[in-house]
Design a binder for this molecule. Sequence first.
Ligand code: PHE
Length: 339
Amino acid sequence: MEDRIKALAIEVESYTASDMQGVENYRLKYISKKGVISELFETLKTLSPDEKKKSGKILNELKQAAEQKLKALTEMLENNSSATVDIDLTLPPIPNKIGNQHPLTLTRNRIIEIFERLGFNVADGPEIEDDWHNFSALNFPENHPAREMQDTFFVEKNPDMLLRTHTSNVQIRLMTKQKPPLRAIMPGRVYRNEAISARAHCFFHQVEGLYVDRNVGFADLKQTLYHFAKEMYGKDIKIRFRPSFFPFTEPSAEIDISCLICKGDGCNICKQTGWVEIAGSGMVHPNVLKNCGIDPEEFTGFAFGMGIERVTMLRYQVNDLRLYSENDIRFLKQFHSVI
Ligand code: PHE
């Protein structure tokens, strides 16, 4: 018994605790009603009067020492905890994470920036549009297969209204309201009835460009878009114009840039060609100018319609269109402006 008590006295003496849980463990083990010291008092009752006297004395001493130790441990921790909270008021605050801009927004803003420096204004038009602004005024003949080039969502209650299939409707809205010279870019969302896949979506974004003045020629269109491609992607970018057809431009061209994903070697984004189409373009058709009350003998113009998703895809090497509208935070938080 005496040996046991002496051993415990040493244990108690050397006990250390680094947190409140440690102190509580100490209390449970030694001091509580079910602790070892209480247990020893129980055993004490079974001893002979002689031994009871001897052991009783040192057991009482142990009890006192143990209680003092509990006090000491608690005090030490309390002092320590106030001492370790070092507040450095000179540290900068932890910044509030308020999110990033969407990659399409970053690209749209960059496109706007580039064209604004060339003197283009930003214009806007409705997404729910009538047939005239989206098709007829743009020289799509009535019942002509050209209308089926772009699968259209019509408004059920009024088939004359539709979700615009391109931002070219804003060209018409602008040219009917303002007289040349006109120089504007028109970013916005467009809709087409297409099955959703990595390469196609039922809505996407375009930036329309329009420049109407005296003596505007195809060379102006080319030079403007060359400048754009180099500003957007750097000096090494290659750009090419392919003859194409749009009812509202003549001549028309599709604009490709060298694939930045495979650097021209061929990949699934450029369909193994090394080139990616980013825009349609051309000289504004005289009928379109006439439809808007502008004399095609006096004025000419160029127009282009650029896919913002395409431009973004090449800028950030994203190869699935669906990512842009799924709102997956793991995708969205990766984008920062790259200028
Ligand atoms: N509106 C055409 C499209 O969506 C692009 C375009 C715009 C072509 C302007 C020529 C001129 O495909």
